[in-house]
Write a protein that binds this ligand. Structure first.
Ligand SMILES: [Fe+2]
Length: 266
């Protein structure tokens, strides 16, 4: 989550409807059209099944109520309309209540390929299909509850586990590498890079290792962690994750595999 943004979320009216501009809808259409092609054979089967269930409109941004109907029925999750920036407390509180925060703005054409702030395309297209999956839904809910109760310092560790699963996770399916992380699935460049480039390291998922791995939000990831199956998330959710955080603290962080940022955000 970045600390400043040029974007402002649109607010729903008294009926819960968000009035998107024609340009907003056109940006959505162009993003969805391009990304649907790129994820074929690259996104994991569970994501593709979720996408079918949610049945997102191509020509306009969906209303949150449309998405909620499906999520509620499948796993009891909902999406929640939030401003462009929310703090960690609010973020974890929402997840702990099975509400996935969706900032209701969409990127401009100038940032069509890449933006740091999670917009509605990232949240809905990237994450919501998998929120129909029981293992992913359970893991995300567990993470929210732990994060809500955690100290500020522990939340920084937990954020790494989220980063290397929910946002940038890979898994193995029928002998192939596939994507389940929403940060990858909403980025055309990283969808190709994550699976096909020989630059990044791809390690077997080990939660303690993920907790110890620093990341940057503004570059293609130098490291990914790979699950044996999406159901492995059930197993991780059942671990004593806060004990793993303590273990990670004791072992210390791994050396970053990326150069330091030139201008550090405060
Ligand atoms: Fe995200």
């Amino acid at each position: 989550m970045s600390k400043t943004t040029q974007y402002v979320s649109r607010q729903s009216d008294e009926k819960g409807i968000i009035h998107w501009s024609d340009e907003d809808n056109a940006v959505w259409r162009d993003l969805v059209t391009r990304q649907l092609e790129i994820i074929q054979g690259r996104a994991c089967d569970e994501y593709m099944q979720g996408l079918e269930l949610i049945d997102l409109p191509r020509d306009r941004i969906p209303q949150l109520a449309e998405v909620n109907q499906v999520l509620e029925r499948e796993t009891g999750w909902q999406v929640a309309e939030v401003p462009a920036l929310i703090n960690f407390d609010e973020f974890f509180r929402l997840l702990a209540n099975k509400r996935f925060p969706v900032a209701t703005f969409i990127r401009t054409r100038e940032e069509f390929d890449y933006l740091q702030e999670p917009d509605i395309f990232h949240e809905i297209f990237g994450h919501c299909p998998l929120l129909t999956n029981p293992a992913f839904a359970h893991f995300t809910h567990t993470y929210g509850k732990l994060g809500y109760a955690a100290s500020k310092q522990d939340r920084v560790y937990l954020a790494r586990l989220y980063w290397f699963t929910v946002e940038f996770g890979l898994l193995r399916q029928n002998g192939d590498l596939r994507i389940y992380g929403g940060g990858i699935l909403s980025s055309p460049g990283e969808t190709l890079y994550a699976l096909e480039s020989d630059k990044p390291d791809r390690h077997e998922m080990d939660p303690v290792e993920a907790l110890r791995t620093p990341y940057r939000i503004d570059i293609m990831q130098p490291v990914y962690y790979v699950l044996d199956s999406l159901d492995e998330l059930f197993g991780i959710a059942d671990m004593d994750i806060m004990a793993l955080v303590e273990k990670a603290k004791g072992l210390g962080l791994h050396k970053p595999k990326f150069p330091p940022k030139e201008k550090m955000a405060s």
